[in-house]
Design a protein. Structure first.
Length: 340
């Protein structure tokens, strides 16, 4: 019996020894494979980095050799030369899409109010609407120039602001050009010889971009009971310019230029960036500015039975007080929806 136990014990020890040898062999093989894979990955990563660096260098060289004469808004200065004005090509903003609105049904809107606001571009928070002035910089365009370009290209539709603000009458191409480019008119110019005056043609009524002093926006505030939030949607926007007579003299009352349907303009607004005073690498788009309410404004009209403005029944500082009262009423309505 004792010999039998010893025999089985020796047999088990041999099996354990063989199993240990096999385990060590497997560990050695796995270690070799892992080491080879790690070194191969390093080699591939290094070659990929080298390839990326070569591609980046080739891209910059290609950009610098294109030789186009038009101006682009992707960070490439192409006026006279096509040198990359920066360390990378701006590709994010031209490909941006508008921020989608939350789905809304008529049954979800339990309360709404329409208000009209004015954005004074001379206020500090609204200087992004004022600059750059005439022309286009290499990385951004003024807001009024952006709207004008959109209408000229046919991307946006301009509506006659002298009729109403409900987008009922579209401006024809000829009417729009007359508002922007002016018109030729016959004027008499004095001369020293008889008949001492002569008729000549002169361009009158041309839009001066620096005459744009404010913007009007029409928007709807509503309470969405499905999401339990007070929300706002901008419906239209209208540039306001200084009025001038035929001789170019300023008139006391400014005049609206045209109305733009805001949902139609969101695509263009999302593809053009706005200057950021804190970080040039993280600029907002015009769609972000309006969506996040990053502008200063005041109410000059609310929906009412008389269809009148605040200026029709208030004067002076009372107009601002009345505008603040309308805003506070909407805020208080939202707060009263909750129980604390």
């Amino acid at each position: 019996m004792v010999f039998t136990l010893l025999f089985y014990k020796l047999k088990m020890m041999r099996k354990m020894k063989n199993l240990f040898k096999k385990s060590c062999l497997v560990i050695i093989i796995l270690g070799s494979v892992c080491s080879f894979s790690f070194s191969q990955n390093n080699v591939n990563q290094g070659s990929q980095n080298n390839q990326n660096g070569a591609d980046s260098t080739n891209n910059q060289a290609t950009i610098s050799q294109q030789g186009k004469n038009d101006t682009t808004l992707n960070g490439i200065n192409q006026s006279g030369s096509s040198v990359l004005d920066g360390v990378y090509v701006r590709e994010h903003y031209p490909a941006r899409k508008p921020i989608p609105y939350a789905f809304l049904r008529e049954a979800d809107v339990m309360w709404s109010k329409r208000v009209w606001r004015q954005i004074e571009i001379n206020e500090k928070i609204n200087l992004i609407f004022k600059y750059p002035r005439e022309g286009t910089t290499h990385d951004r365009t003024s807001f009024i120039q952006l709207l004008l370009n959109g209408v000229k290209e046919g991307t946006l539709t301009a509506y006659d602001a002298s009729v109403d603000d409900e987008f009922t009458k579209r401006l024809t191409k000829a009417e729009f050009e007359r508002k922007i480019s002016g018109h030729l008119d016959s004027v008499k110019v004095p001369i020293p010889d008889p008949p001492y005056e002569k008729d000549t043609m002169e361009l009158k009524g041309r839009l001066i971009l620096d005459d744009v002093i404010r913007y009007r926006i029409k928007e709807d505030w509503f309470f969405d009971k499905q999401r339990s939030v007070m929300d706002v949607r901008i419906i239209g926007i209208c540039p306001i310019t200084l009025s001038r007579d035929e001789q170019g003299n300023l008139l006391p009352e400014p005049s609206p230029l045209f109305w733009i349907y805001f949902p139609e303009a969101r695509r263009i607004l999302a593809n053009n960036e706005v200057f950021n005073t804190h970080n040039d690498a993280e600029r907002k788009t015009w769609d972000d500015i309006f969506f996040k309410r990053m502008f200063g404004s005041y109410i000059y009209k609310e929906s009412n039975v008389y269809d009148r403005r605040i200026a029709d029944y208030k004067l002076g500082m009372d107009q601002l007080i009345e505008a603040a009262k309308i805003h506070d009423d909407m805020v208080n309505f939202e707060h009263d929806m909750w129980e604390y």
